[in-house]
Design a protein around this ligand. Structure first.
Ligand code: SAM
Length: 351
């Protein structure tokens, strides 16, 4: 017998934990009333730890060269229409300089799995960023690497690592990825990143091809148990040069609903209102924040490469999505009653 959904929402609010079946009831029971209630509770929790602050991260897309062939991704290696680029360490340092002057105190280096970025190159780059900007955090999002590599990157001074788990269901993982990529390896990486001492982020696409409500319930249970410091979720958006080009995009409303639930699972988690959310809906970023998100990641990549990091069709990189338009972003965030924080924005630790 299903428990009454309102009892489940209360249980989530009070214990921050549900069974997979209860998460499923929440997902299936989405309606205007449950959405509003979860949003209200999510905002109350967030306020306890982060007040009305929204943290900024400067996103530097270091390379769109990738050895992988994730079926959903526009920069996958077998897309012949992707115009490839790679930033040099000097380019990346210039982006950090510009970002620092604009007030950013976290730099996120994200990219495809590009063999050019060896441990030696990355470690020297991280050390240089930390030398020039000791008050800044460095976040990496460079995919799957060996534990030895993660240890070196951590020792060089990187603080955080984002690696979405993509889906907590092995069969679903195989629908989204070629046989060369495995669910077990993705999980191995997440475990190693945690052991190495990074603040770790996981996450998934909402509405990815083949995803069911049961899969999402499994993702929520995984997030509950893994206890990530950051969690990136955004709608799946098809890309014209992938086999999922005709697949339906994920829903903004469901993404926002899940943001509220994730905020209630882990009240201190750092939760971005993602670019994908802003791409699907002109006010998606604001909706994400109002649902429980507390991070935004404007684009700090050099303007001439931004359009080439096209993970999905029409990906935003200008307007308030651009680091240079910080004033516009500030105004938009203030218009919904929040403020932009200029601090490093580390995860809140209770003790
Ligand atoms: N290569 C690194 C990795 O695998 O973690 C980082 C870059 S990867 C392009 C960043 C994220 O983009 C992925 O984790 C995936 O969830 C998201 N992404 C890729 N294609 C997408 C699409 N079509 N729609 C929405 N998000 C997408």
């Amino acid at each position: 017998m299903n428990k009454d959904i309102y009892e489940i929402i209360d249980k989530l609010k009070n214990t921050h934990s549900l069974t997979k079946e209860e998460y499923l009831v929440l997902i299936k029971g989405r309606n205007p009333d449950t959405t509003e209630l979860l949003m209200k509770y999510a905002n109350e929790e967030r306020k306890k730890y982060y007040g009305k602050e929204v943290f900024l991260r400067g996103l530097i897309e270091v390379s769109n060269i990738c050895k992988n062939d994730c079926y959903y991704c526009g920069i996958r290696k077998s897309n012949p229409n992707c115009q490839r680029y790679r930033l040099t360490p000097e380019d990346i340092l210039m982006c950090c300089k510009e970002g620092y002057e604009l007030g950013f105190r976290t730099f996120v280096l994200q990219g495809g799995e590009d063999g050019y970025f060896t441990d030696d190159i990355l470690c020297e780059l991280i050390k240089n960023i930390k030398k020039d900007y000791p008050d800044c955090a460095v976040t990496l999002s460079l995919g799957e690497r060996s534990k030895e590599s993660y240890i070196k990157l951590k020792e060089a001074g990187a603080d955080r690592y984002l690696l979405r788990h993509e889906t907590a269901d092995k069969n679903h993982y195989e629908i989204l990825h070629p046989p060369s990529l495995s669910y077990d390896e993705r999980m191995r990486c997440l475990k190693d990143l945690r052991e190495v001492g990074f603040q770790v982020g996981c996450g998934f696409m909402v509405g990815s091809p083949g995803q069911t409500d049961e899969h999402i319930a499994g993702d929520l249970k995984f997030i509950e148990e893994f206890k990530p410091d950051m969690c990136g979720i955004g709608p799946f958006i098809p890309h014209k040069d992938t086999k999922f080009k005709d697949a339906k995009a994920g829903s903004v409303a469901l993404t926002c609903y899940l943001l509220s639930i994730i905020r209630l699972i882990h009240p201190t988690v750092l939760l971005p209102a993602t670019t994908a959310l802003g791409t699907m809906d002109e006010t998606g970023r604001e909706k994400g924040i109002l649902s429980g998100a507390n991070v935004v990641m404007p684009n700090l990549s050099p303007k001439e490469v931004r359009k080439k990091y096209m993970l999905y069709d029409n990906k935003l990189s200008d307007g308030a999505e651009s680091a240079q338009a910080k004033e516009e972003l500030k105004r938009r965030i203030e218009s919904i009653g929040y403020t932009i924080s200029t601090s490093r924005g580390d995860v809140y630790k209770k003790d």
